[in-house]
Design a protein around this ligand. Structure first.
Ligand code: PGA
Ligand code: ZN
Length: 475
């Protein structure tokens, strides 16, 4: 087609005239820029290039980053990675060459994006998230995304989502809210990790984390302030009681005193909350991650203490008694993974007591079939949403819908290996999940998420709603 034919076909002289008239009407101080932007909007946006690379996550382990180009700009996304990985979650593709990053490099996933995914997506409209995600799912053809790698697929899915928001000229959280069909966006209550143990720290504490939730704050900004203040008071408490070595931080930024029981940890946190003066406006949550210290059908809370391990096993009933006592004594609003990931019976029994919300993380692995089973059996009553266990934005939205339809709570979650991407912050607002768990109020890859929520709250202005006490009912 000649240029003249192209100009005629796309009625470009009319469009240029419209742009000039619009610039005059707008009385713009910079007509050239105005006309250029006006013309840019007249061009429908398409994906023009998808380029991936290997970067490092917060643990220093390789992960995937992608730059997705449209004719409107370049949109970047990277994917996290975690400790717990199970049979039911989407497969993270790693090269397995022990001579490269001890087998953890992701060159194959990067190549899959640069060659196959890129070819399939070029020319697609970035606003059509479901079509983009399904194009990748179809290309992969496996149930758990092991052909292309869920790490490859998710990075592109998130980058496309950012491009879609830019094309619509709306904030990312609004685009996600539209994609999910939800009308109300809500700023989540942050569940800040303040004490770390389990696989995330090298102390002797078997429990993975104790979190605090400033549910009584009036805005997210205030919740962040309270979280940070509590964290710093806790540093002082830990230094007084356990020495300043206890203030070293775990993978999620939580402090790591060498405590030996959950009660001891809760006492430290309670004292820190007391020192803030916010009282019961700050609640507590626990991620037990019990799979990590389950031996057969018993639980070894001393598993990380060399001279005590293997000597004092607790039965699941003992664990239930312990949770009951602790919930009566401390303001605990949820417990995550109170039992082994295959111990459906005790998780169900504990949920039925109705003492606190029971969140399924390793139990569910964000897998829709596991979620459906848990709903049917009333095994737990909240979903821990880890997008990289699913692999696409579209499927993440679907699994949240499933949980919501069952009146469950939803906690949007980071992974222990995080990146500088703050996508989950927008996701938590757009899907109104009510709670976000993104680690301590310190360390760049964690504060990145909380700081993005500050920006979203600022941008929403009068429209911003903080979930607060309604963190479970943000329907
Ligand atoms: P993971 O931990 O990223 O190591 O799986 C996060 C969590 O258990 O919530
Ligand atoms: Zn967990």
């Amino acid at each position: 087609m000649s240029v003249q034919e192209y100009l005629d076909k796309h009625t470009l002289s009319r469009k240029i005239e419209d742009a000039v008239n619009a610039a005059v009407r707008a009385k713009t101080s910079d007509p050239v820029l105005f006309i250029a932007n006006h013309m840019k909007k007249a061009v429908p946006s398409v994906i023009t290039k998808v380029k991936a690379r290997q970067i490092l996550d917060s643990r220093g382990i390789p992960t995937v980053e992608v730059d997705l180009h449209t004719n409107k700009g370049v949109f970047r996304a990277s994917v996290p990675s975690g400790d717990s990985s199970g049979t039911y979650e989407a497969i993270e593709l790693r090269d397995g060459d022990k001579g490269m990053y001890l087998g953890n490099s992701v060159a194959k996933a990067v190549k899959n994006i640069n060659d196959r995914i890129s070819e399939a997506l070029i020319g697609m409209d970035p606003k059509l998230q479901a079509q983009i995600d399904h194009a990748m799912i179809d290309l992969d053809k496996t149930e758990k995304k092991n052909e292309l790698g869920a790490n490859a697929i998710l990075a592109v899915s998130i980058a496309a989502c950012k491009a879609g928001a830019a094309e619509k000229e709306v904030p990312l959280c609004k685009h996600l809210s539209d994609l999910s069909g939800r009308a109300n966006m809500t700023l989540p209550v942050p569940a800040f990790t303040v004490l770390s143990g389990g696989n995330h720290a090298s102390n002797h504490f078997a429990i993975q984390e104790i979190m605090i939730l400033p549910v009584g704050a009036s805005r997210f900004e205030e919740a962040l302030q309270w979280g940070s203040e509590t964290y710093h008071h806790l540093k002082a408490v830990v230094t007084e009681k356990n020495g300043n070595m206890g203030c070293n931080v775990g993978e999620d930024g939580g402090l790591t005193p060498d405590i030996s029981s959950l009660k001891e940890g809760l006492e430290l946190v309670k004292e820190a909350i007391n020192r803030t003066g916010y009282g019961d406006k700050i609640k507590i949550a626990i991620d037990v991650a019990a799979t990590n210290f389950c031996i057969g059908t018993k639980y070894d809370l001393d598993i990380k203490s060399p001279n005590k391990a293997g000597q004092n096993f607790k039965s699941a009933e003992d664990m239930i008694d312990m949770y009951k006592e602790l919930c009566a004594e401390y303001p605990i609003v949820f417990i995550e993974d109170p039992f082994d990931k295959e111990d459906w019976e005790h998780t169900k029994h504990f949920s039925a007591l109705g003492i606190c919300q029971v969140v399924g993380d390793d139990l569910l692995m964000s897998n829709s079939k596991r979620v459906e089973r848990a709903i049917q059996e009333s095994a737990c009553n909240a979903l821990l949403l880890k997008v990289n266990q699913i692999g696409t934005v579209t499927e993440a939205i679907e699994v949240v819908k499933l949980a919501r339809d069952a009146q469950w709570g939803v906690v949007t979650s980071h992974r222990c290996g995080e990146t500088e991407d703050s996508f989950i912050s927008d996701l938590s607002v757009g899907l109104a999940t009510g709670v976000i768990k993104a680690g301590a109020p310190c360390r760049g890859e964690r504060t990145m998420k909380y700081n993005q929520l500050l920006r979203i709250e600022e941008e929403l202005g009068d429209q911003a709603v903080y979930a607060g006490e309604d963190w479970r009912q943000t329907l």
